[in-house]
Write a protein of this length. Sequence first.
Length: 178
Amino acid sequence: MNDEERINPGHESARTLLRIAGPVVLAIGGIFMLVGLGSFFSAFGGGGPPRLFWCCFVGMPLIAVGMAMTNFGFMGAIIRYQAGEVAPVGKDTFNYMADGTKEGVRAMATAIGAGLHEASNQAPLNCSACGHTNDANARFCDECGVVISKTCPSCGERNGGDAKFCDGCGNRFEATEG
């Protein structure tokens, strides 16, 4: 998408007016300020009271209005320039930070995964037969004696009491094992 497609063509005349009138009003305000300040400072040299000091009070608002008009007239060009300067720096910074933090993010994800795995192994176990809450390391229900969890002889992973295969390594549990 080029600049002509992004800029509203209906704003072209207003933008042109602001780009011309803004600097003109700014210059007129500057002239009024110079005249008013010149009159003020010449009064110190014995030239009598400052007669044209009122020009400062006309010049200040004209300068403010002229600056605002100029700002609005060139705003799109200024922002496009800023975006062209800032976006590549932001992209480079993001890529640098991403490259520099890959190992840290990987270590954090591993630690979180290990913590979740450990927490799930430490959670109280509910019996599937009677619903009684048992200790986290229980293999049999305290209430009814049903097998709650099986420990895999191959990898040591704890599995549900009705598991036929290990969640950790896929080892098949023997039918007689409890």
